[in-house]
Design a protein around this ligand. Structure first.
Ligand SMILES: O=C(O)CCC(=O)C(=O)O
Length: 229
């Protein structure tokens, strides 16, 4: 059993933990809505991306996708049924997207993982999970030894499927509906630097149409872009 001080993040304001600088930055942005909850730091910014930029990103995701993967496999083959696209980080549009996200949250680009796209066809979903790596989990060392755990998640909906595809935060009973260009940002860590189980969220089944999002995760320590992990 690991002790709290072994799994708690080390302070570095440019990494997203402590969480306060990001919370203060987003709180000062009058385009940003904070979801009221004592359990979770969750923010929503509508129209973060233009419809045109979303359309271009959807085209990129469609062109190069692979089955999505999970860590700490729990034996449920239907746990995450979507497809993932590793967006090309030197593509000018992806560079622009990255720069917009860094500017929005005020975090060091060196702490960001490459942006991914996710695509959900009818019936596909990502069941309730957290974005941090479980410190007691089988895959923790593999995914966290270099760059540490995930601090913040930034996710942007690129379109609105005809039915379904909402993101449900079970612990706070909040369901966010997909909307073209709408951004969600949340801290995966609590104020004391330990993983926050109240970040549990479910990318719910798409019932009609196709859903596209991009996801960007930040880490406690710089991400090693050379190893492609
Ligand atoms: O698609 C969603 O609504 C959630 C996506 C998600 O949880 C993830 O990619 O980690």
């Amino acid at each position: 059993m690991q002790k709290t001080d072994e799994i708690a993040a080390r302070p570095n304001p440019r990494s997203g933990w402590p969480i306060e600088p990001v919370v203060a930055r987003l709180g000062a942005d009058d385009r940003v809505q904070r979801v009221p909850s004592p359990k979770l730091d969750l923010f929503i910014r509508r129209r973060f991306l233009t419809p045109e930029m979303c359309t271009e990103l959807v085209t990129m995701i469609d062109a190069r996708r692979r089955p999505s993967t999970i860590s700490d496999h729990n034996g449920d083959a239907a746990f995450r049924t979507s497809e993932t696209c590793d967006l090309d980080s030197i593509d000018p549009l992806v560079e622009r997207l990255d720069a917009m996200i860094h500017d929005f949250v005020g975090l060091d680009p060196a702490h960001g993982e490459p942006v991914q796209g996710q695509r959900y066809a009818v019936g596909q979903e990502f069941k309730a999970h957290t974005d941090y790596f479980e410190p007691s989990g089988f895959d923790f060392h593999r995914f966290c030894s270099e760059s540490g755990n995930r601090t913040w998640t930034v996710m942007v909906y690129l379109n609105e499927p005809e039915a379904g595809g909402a993101t449900r935060f079970k612990a706070i009973d909040k369901t966010v509906q997909p909307e073209t260009g709408k951004l969600l940002a949340w801290s995966n860590l609590r104020a004391n630097g330990t993983p926050n189980p109240s970040t549990l969220h479910h990318g719910m089944k798409v019932r009609a149409g196709t859903k596209y999002v991009i996801t960007k995760w930040f880490r406690e320590r710089p991400w090693d872009w050379r190893n492609g992990s």
